[in-house]
Design a protein around this ligand. Structure first.
Ligand SMILES: [Zn+2]
Ligand SMILES: [Zn+2]
Length: 142
């Protein structure tokens, strides 16, 4: 299956339920994506969380997220292409593009697609098999 595009990344309906801490998106191709706040927080694409210029981000250190840090307090639409959640700790710099949200959809079908493409599942970074290519290829670890 090809990477999602077109109707697959166009939201027909977006529903953020702050009380339940969930984000639901219905796509134009009739697929439904549902994120819980914790999963969404781990996906934060901002430079602080993800790192930049080859440097690891805050989430790469596998921090213990507090309930404040995973509490969805607001959700802004960013143009036609992304949403920016605000979290209980005031963090709001992550712009989640619809393409990313669809691509990282946690449903069984999409998880299957990602694993068939050899891509990691979402969630906490896996320290054992960290796939960072910033590490130099070392052949002299003795
Ligand atoms: Zn962030
Ligand atoms: Zn899905």
């Amino acid at each position: 299956m090809a990477a999602p595009s077109g109707a697959a990344t166009a939201p027909a309906r977006i529903h953020a339920d702050r009380a339940a801490g969930t984000l639901e998106i219905d796509w134009r191709d009739d697929h439904r994506t549902s994120y819980d706040a914790v999963t969404l927080r781990w996906l934060c694409p901002c430079a602080f969380c993800r790192g930049e210029a080859g440097l690891p981000g805050w989430l790469d250190s596998a921090p213990e997220l507090t309930s404040e840090q995973t509490r969805l307090v607001d959700m802004q639409l960013v143009g036609q292409y992304a949403i920016a959640p605000t979290w209980g700790d005031g963090h709001h710099t992550g712009y989640y593009s619809f393409a990313t949200l669809r691509d990282m959809c946690p449903c069984d079908q999409c998880t299957e697609r990602r694993s068939s493409e050899g891509r990691a599942t979402i969630g906490r970074p896996d320290h054992a098999g960290h796939a960072g290519d910033s590490r130099p290829e070392a052949g002299d670890d003795r």
